[in-house]
Design a protein around this ligand. Structure first.
Ligand SMILES: *Cc1c(COP(=O)(O)O)cnc(C)c1O
Length: 222
């Protein structure tokens, strides 16, 4: 089956136009991205800044929305700031400060998601709720005029234990609701919950995901 059929099947199964699918193209060549773009899909994600930049450079003429979904080092922000559409992996005030600085230099406002550590594995990045509130309450955060906080992101534990996965997604949804109510009541933009990948997207959707990040299911094994 061709990639576009797989993507269309997925969108049909989701059957909700308010849910965005990000096609995760890490390790895949730009030709494949072009193919998927030709099926009228415009949201793509990469987990490494270098690969994101390289692919952007080669596909500049296409109006692709590029999402940075992986851990981001501060010294790499300047390379993606000119074009990135959303950064899903904001996990510190320092990183957000650098994003704001580079966004300002580029005369842009960059959309950001706050990444939470919801998995039991300790290898995954992300804030806990206390750290997040500390960030949001800081005086410095209030001065950032070139970033827009659009919601939250998280990755569940890689496991067959679907109850655990569901609980982790539910935790992220609860964080979202809590932040919405306490910090973003006035914000129309704070509306995204980025969770769910190839192995767990159905559960993520049931638990309230608005953005799914899908690679393997569309493109096959890496
Ligand atoms: C690779 C990756 C995905 C997609 O993973 P699949 O299991 O291939 O769908 C989603 N989110 C992040 C952060 C990733 O690095």
């Amino acid at each position: 089956m061709c990639i576009c059929n797989r993507l269309d099947d997925l969108k049909n199964e989701i059957n909700n136009s308010n849910v965005t699918v990000i096609a995760v193209t890490k390790t895949k060549p730009v030709e494949i991205i072009k193919n998927v773009y030709e099926c009228k899909h415009k949201s793509f994600g990469e987990n490494k800044a270098q690969e994101l930049v390289a692919k952007y450079e080669q596909l500049k003429e296409l109006d692709i929305e590029w999402h940075m979904i992986g851990h981001l080092q501060r010294n790499k922000v300047k390379y993606i700031a000119p074009f990135v559409s959303m950064i899903h992996s904001v996990d510190s005030l320092k990183l957000l400060k650098e994003i704001n600085k580079q966004a300002t230099k580029n005369n842009r406002v960059i959309n950001c998601l706050l990444q939470f550590h919801i998995a039991t594995e300790d290898s995954k990045f992300g804030l806990n709720i206390e750290e997040c509130e500390e960030l949001l309450n800081s005086d410095e955060f209030k001065t950032f005029s070139n970033i827009k906080i659009c919601g939250v992101m998280g990755m569940a534990t890689y496991t067959d234990n679907l109850d655990l996965v569901r609980n982790e997604f539910r935790t992220l949804k609860n964080y979202y609701d809590y932040l919405k109510e306490n910090y973003f009541t006035e914000s129309l933009e704070f509306k995204e919950i980025s969770m769910g990948m190839t192995n767990d997207w159905e559960i993520a959707l049931e638990e309230g995901a608005t953005i799914l990040r899908i690679g393997t299911l569309i493109f096959g094994k890496r």
